[in-house]
Write a protein that binds this ligand. Structure first.
Ligand code: CP
Length: 313
């Protein structure tokens, strides 16, 4: 693995999941692998899990870590070529990525969808420019349209908690007061399609995702029908893809509650966090869920990815 930007960079999903689970059993089994190497983490928006789990993962491999909140701690970056930079942006990504590459052996970068211009977000301008001008491997810590480290942790969690060979995994939209990107759900669908499960997507009309991610996935607009017999309920809000970035519905009828969970096959509730309690799901549902084990697995997912990149030289 050279870069880790999406499932497309993974040659063997089963073996990457197995590596994450090996690290969970023995976190310091490769404690010298990253000795003398530095991981640079660049954040363009807030993060709790990604920031801390990736840092800790690097430490467990013997790496040094540097973290920067880009645009707050450093200069405003320009991503367009040929721009006359006489306004807000003070440094071009061409120089910034090249400079950071001289200090770091691997760069992790967290970007976020602006939710204004779909073409721009789905072109992954910021991530792709960093990859183009960095001279070292790049890991996505979530981009405008994908969140592969979260998805790997989710597949590790599903693997640990599955009680049947081919569990039913229902991905359900939930309400949220603010417009959120489609990155987590897009990415989860990409990864879950390669994992052995019966995958079903449920959301209100108007929340259809790009065909690129839903092709071959069954979709139901009746949430309660979808939840029947589910082994896992992966819940996430996303804003509209068709009416890009818009919040079309905020009422509580799609919130996950105990009554809805009772329709499942003792199903386990999952969410990437952060989660707004009693908006996305009730307190009781969250308290009896897999959200904390999921976040723990972010650590081993990041460690498995860093290990594979370090071994690749
Ligand atoms: N799930 C997730 O990526 O959390 P953070 O935004 O806190 O990193």
């Amino acid at each position: 693995m050279r870069n880790f930007l999406s499932i497309r960079d993974v040659t063997d999903l089963k073996s990457l999941v197995a590596q994450a689970l090996r690290f969970k059993k023995d976190p310091y089994s490769e404690r010298y692998l990253g000795q003398g190497k530095t991981l640079g983490l660049i954040f363009m928006n807030p993060s709790l899990r990604t920031r801390l789990s990736t840092q800790r993962a690097a430490y467990q491999l013997g790496m040094e870590v540097m973290v920067m909140n880009m645009n707050q701690d450093s200069w405003q970056l320009e991503f367009q070529d040929g721009t006359v930079m006489n306004k807000g942006t003070a440094e071009h990504v061409r120089e910034a990525a090249a400079v950071i590459s001289q200090y770091c052996d691997i760069i992790g970068i967290r970007t976020f969808a602006e939710l204004q211009d779909r073409e721009k977000d789905y072109q992954e301008l910021i991530l792709s420019k960093f990859v183009a001008y960095a001279q070292v491997p790049v890991i996505s810590l979530e981009s405008a349209t994908l969140h592969p480290l979260q998805s790997l942790a989710d597949i590790v969690t599903l693997t640990e908690h599955q009680t049947s060979k081919k569990p039913k995994v229902v991905v359900s939209w939930a309400p949220h007061p603010r417009a959120l990107p489609q990155a987590v759900v897009n990415s989860f669908l990409q990864w879950a399609r390669l994992w052995d499960c019966e995958l079903l997507l449920t959301h209100p009309e108007g929340y259809e995702l790009s065909d690129e991610f839903t092709s071959g996935v069954s979709v139901l607009h009746d949430q309660e029908k979808a939840l029947e017999g589910a082994d896992f309920v992966y819940t996430k809000n996303w804003s509209s893809y068709q009416q890009y970035g818009q919040v079309l519905k905020t009422d509580a009828s799609w919130m996950i509650n105990e009554k809805k969970m009772s329709l499942t096959n003792n199903g386990r509730f999952m969410h990437c966090l952060p989660l707004r309690r009693n908006v996305v799901a009730t307190d009781r549902v969250v308290d009896n869920s897999l959200v904390i084990p999921q976040s723990k697995n972010r650590l081993y997912a990041a460690q498995a990815v860093l290990s594979e990149i370090l071994k690749n030289g």
